[in-house]
Design a protein around this ligand. Structure first.
Ligand code: ADP
Ligand code: MG
Length: 695
């Protein structure tokens, strides 16, 4: 019997009502319950007497008895709740401006509560909207020194009166009833090597800590387990890749590549040359290429990609480039076509917005092999476009496709091409190894010669007239500018609205008489194309846009990038936007407008942009500030699902797990000697990788 197959209703004291509430918090099975870890712990040592509060105290935690609650009607139609607590050293009044009526029903006078919050003085000590939990007297009060776990509580849980105390009890029951079924999948030898407790003890320690030291060791072990599994996946995938037959091997760079290389309008940087060499070596070797190319915005990845594809074309193989947006795909098409003017190579663009007849015709080129280089969005793989002999797939701006999704993307091609993924958001170095551990990594770590640093300045609303005058002056000097508006809230409509309004206001105001245009993601592709072309040709002077221009757009004559409400962007995104200017010989400027921000942290975050141009530093800062979820975009981005472990703060554990996972698979490649681990891996990562014993 597996814990993941035992319904939560089997646990003592879980009836239909609780079952439903637990389900809504994502707890369906006993396993889910046992892995529902506390949000934080309260150690008796950290609990303070109310008399200890000082002016400007940070968050504090008290245990105090509720002696009185009182409801007042408030002006806005809400009901306000005051609750007075005492711990014998002082009185603390807690106030709820919302939901008071509901909370008052849950509070019981005479009971003890754990109360956390930032105290303030207003004729007595107060906390507004504290975090509050009923004390569990039987379990905890008598055992001074005990650590009390507090669980994440959703509204659905509290509505059914499930508080931390209840969860604690349910978990206790579950451990008694089913604890023996917890199978430890971390091999014994590794637990021994790392000095980790076994799974049952770790889980128990997470929920019912005996002391701080044991608890933190248990936590470490649980984090290790998360990383360990992830690394097993990466390692296995790397091994799978390396074992694949290679049908697209080349043994020379070919004349197409040589001709283009010699006629390039610039000399490659040393970093670019090194990477071209690495790719060439991969394509020549007996093993499939599976490489990630990282390079800051503007470092010149595109030309490297082209040279790689020309090597393939020169040897009779097809290549495909996948870009995240149609605009970018079209731009690649133009760049490639112009660099390849003098050679005979068939480059084909496939987009979703093409006329059906045109598309059909191009698809025929792809399937009979006439098309040597095929450019499109990632839809070209998803739609199962047929290639004759697809030997190389290049995925541009990899971070947008997600980490673990890459496998699927390529599998759909139904072939085993060489793979090059290119990332413009530099992933912090320490991370890329762990997240893309199944790839070889190449880095372009310098920019082409002669690039001027973009001057970056943060500006506030009141500075805007000056900023706009500055843009006007640049335009009058023959330069061009971008003005970018953020996604406002979630709806596309208001996004559109902001840039629309901005456009209306500016074009009839300060920029009257200057040729401007509005570009939004909603526009049809040929409309966007038309605008981009006119902008590149210099007819449109100021391009107002939502973030559709974020990636890759190239106009060397544009010298100003004004980002409105830059506080709503991630740093890596701002760095990308900044990369749109400073592409030619003119001094360029990035102006980051800050809206009404009353948060020092936000201001400090945006100001990082003023101090560095190094994409790696920026991504590191961004990642630390925002965490992996936002850093990589949506949840679906394929970021590994880590509940406890943190990719930056737990780096040491990650490295240990990585080392162990790789060592283990080297000696036991399909986990034949670790059947429990193999089963759980096959179950949990079903769609990512399989550990199969073919023997
Ligand atoms: P990214 O790495 O962000 O994709 P691109 O490949 O778009 O950067 O290159 C940015 C700009 O730099 C392009 O206009 C490209 O033509 C130019 N470029 C690339 N390599 C060099 C080089 N070695 N010397 C000068 N300019 C270069
Ligand atoms: Mg690019």
């Amino acid at each position: 019997m597996k814990l993941s197959e035992i319904d939560i209703s089997q646990v003592k004291d879980v009836g239909p009502v609780r079952q439903k509430a637990l389900n809504s918090a994502g707890i369906f099975t006993v396993e889910d319950l046992l892995y529902y870890f506390p949000r934080r712990y309260i150690d008796r040592k950290t609990i303070q007497p109310i008399s200890n509060i000082l002016m400007n105290s940070p968050e504090m935690t008290f245990i105090a008895k509720l002696y009185k609650t009182k409801l007042f009607p408030a002006k806005n139609g809400h009901t306000l709740l005051n609750a007075a607590f005492s711990d014998g050293t002082g009185i603390l009044t807690c106030t709820w401006f919302q939901g008071g009526e509901y909370i008052s029903k849950m509070l019981v006078e005479g009971e003890e509560y754990i109360i956390s919050g930032v105290p303030k003085y207003f004729s007595g000590w107060k906390i507004d909207h504290p975090v509050i939990e009923r004390m569990d007297d039987e379990e905890n009060l008598k055992n001074t020194g005990k650590i009390i776990p507090l669980y994440p509580l959703t509204a659905a849980l509290t509505a059914k009166n499930i508080d931390s105390r209840t969860i604690r009890k349910l978990i206790n029951s579950a451990l008694l009833q089913f604890g023996h079924l917890l199978t430890d999948t971390v091999p014994f030898s590794l637990r021994q090597k790392r000095n980790y407790p076994d799974l049952l003890n770790s889980v128990r320690e997470m929920h019912l800590p005996t002391d701080e030291q044991n608890r933190s060791l248990a936590l470490k072990r649980m984090k290790y387990e998360e990383f360990f599994r992830l690394q097993l996946v990466l390692c296995r995938r790397r091994m799978n890749m390396k074992a694949l037959p290679k049908s697209f091997r080349i043994d020379n760079a070919g004349s197409l590549m040589k001709t283009v290389y010699e006629k390039l309008p610039f000399e490659l940087t040393e970093a670019q040359k090194k990477v071209v060499r690495e790719i060439y070596d991969d394509l020549k070797s007996d093993r499939l290429m599976n490489r990630m190319l990282q390079g800051d915005v503007g470092s010149g990845k595109t030309v490297v990609a082209l040279l790689a594809m020309l090597m393939m074309a020169g040897n009779g193989f097809q290549s495909a480039v996948m870009a995240p947006t149609e605009i970018l795909a079209e731009q690649h098409y133009k760049v490639f076509s112009s660099l390849c003017e003098e050679i005979d190579v068939e480059i084909i663009l496939l987009t979703g917005s093409m006329k059906k007849a045109v598309r059909e015709e191009r698809l025929a080129y792809v399937s009979d092999g006439r098309a040597q280089i095929v450019i499109g969005t990632h839809a070209i793989i998803q739609e199962g476009v047929n290639f004759k002999n697809l030997g190389l797939v290049i995925i541009d701006e990899q971070h947008r496709f997600g980490v673990l999704q890459r496998g699927e993307l390529v599998k759909k091609a139904g072939e085993t091409p060489n793979i090059l993924v290119m990332s413009a958001t530099p992933i912090p170095r320490t991370l890329s190894l762990s997240l893309y551990g199944d790839l070889d990594i190449s880095i372009i770590d310098s920019l082409p010669k002669g690039r001027k640093t973009v001057r970056t300045a943060v500006r506030y609303e009141q500075d805007m007239p000056k900023v706009l005058d500055f843009i006007k002056a640049e335009v009058q000097n023959g330069r061009q500018a971008y003005i970018v508006y953020p996604l406002i809230e979630k709806s596309e409509k208001s996004d559109l609205q902001a840039s629309n309004d901005g456009y209306e206001e500016l074009s009839s105001g300060v920029f009257k008489g200057i040729e401007m245009s509005l570009l939004t993601g909603k526009m049809k592709s040929d409309e966007k194309d038309g605008i981009m072309n006119r902008f590149k040709a210099g007819e449109i002077k100021i391009l107002i846009s939502t973030t559709v221009i974020e990636v890759g757009v190239d106009n060397p004559n544009a010298t100003v990038m004004l980002v409105m409400h830059s506080e709503r962007f991630g740093l890596s995104q701002l760095h990308q936007l900044r990369g749109r200017v400073g592409r030619g010989q003119h001094q360029s400027y990035c102006i980051l407008h800050l809206g009404e921000v009353n948060n020092d942290e936000t201001v400090a975050r945006v100001k990082v942009m003023e101090t560095t141009n190094d994409g790696f530093k920026i991504s590191e800062a961004d990642f630390e500030l925002r965490g992996p979820g936002e850093f990589f975009g949506e949840k679906q981005s394929g970021m590994p699902d880590l509940k406890l472990a943190h990719l930056i703060y737990d780096r040491d554990i990650l490295n240990a797990a990585r080392e162990d996972a790789f060592e283990l698979l080297n000696s036991d490649p399909v986990l034949a000697h670790h059947p429990d681990l193999r089963d759980i891996m096959n179950e949990k990562f079903r769609d990512k990788v399989q550990f199969l014993d073919y023997s």
